[in-house]
Ligand binder design. Sequence first.
Ligand SMILES: Nc1ncnc2c1ncn2[C@@H]1O[C@H](COP(=O)(O)OP(=O)(O)O)[C@@H](O)[C@H]1O
Ligand SMILES: [Mg+2]
Length: 275
Amino acid sequence: MAEHGAASTHGFQGKIIAVVNQKGGVGKTTTAINLAACLALRHLPMLLVDCDPQANTTGGLGFSRDGSRRSIYDVLTGTIGAQEAVVVTEVPGLSLLPGSKNLIGSNVELVAQDRREYRLQDALSELRSRYAFVVLDCPPALDLLTLNALVAADTLLVPMQAEYFALEGIAELMETLDRVSQAFNPRLALEGVLLTMWDERMNLSQQVARDLGEFFGAKLLRTRIPRNIRLAEAPSHGVPVALYDPRSRGAEAYGELAEEILLRNGMSPRAKRKS
Ligand SMILES: Nc1ncnc2c1ncn2[C@@H]1O[C@H](COP(=O)(O)OP(=O)(O)O)[C@@H](O)[C@H]1O
Ligand SMILES: [Mg+2]
């Protein structure tokens, strides 16, 4: 990863973090939006890429999800370059490569194309050095879109709820990580596992957190995201929680996550912008 920094024309590392879990409703989109926003508010140029046909990241930042706007779909099918689809958001320093409902067809359409697993990696190769981090929000499936994200990524950030069956899904995801890195992307690594919708009062949560700590060691992130209604409300206002309610527990938790990620990447936490 160091070589991206050294070779980049804009001087940024352009580290690509895919937010992935094949389960739906575990907090991928909430994490992708709010982590990217919190890093942008700490003066880092950020790109968020919405790889999910449900396009909740796009909608949650106040953009339409219909097929009429330029989106990652047009980029993956090779109609336009990635730069042509990027839009700026209300958060200073945060850009978005929008998703769209058109992506539903991509799994089928991409199969016939050459370098079908590398389309996203190819599309981001020019762009990434303009950003400190590129965050990919993945669909809730291990499909060709997610495979493109895993092949493009440097690391995976895995949000999960502390519930019993979550552990089974994680084992499957880790096998996929191994297979993908062997076949397509040897440098792929785990950024961390993030507990979301955390409720410390539940005994089961504590037990699952202990098990995860044993399994993942230091890769289990210290930050836990609590269940907080503000996180669920913010998308309907088209902004991340840091703009919707900066004093909420949800906003504070994603701020802590941003700082933990910076520390783990050898970058010192930066002062937040006044917003
Ligand atoms: N920490 C949280 N507290 C409360 N609600 C949350 C939290 N994280 C996510 N949600 C809500 O739970 C639902 C699923 O979250 P989402 O981020 O869309 O998951 P995924 O992208 O994995 O499907 C959404 O309605 C979201 O607003
Ligand atoms: Mg989602």
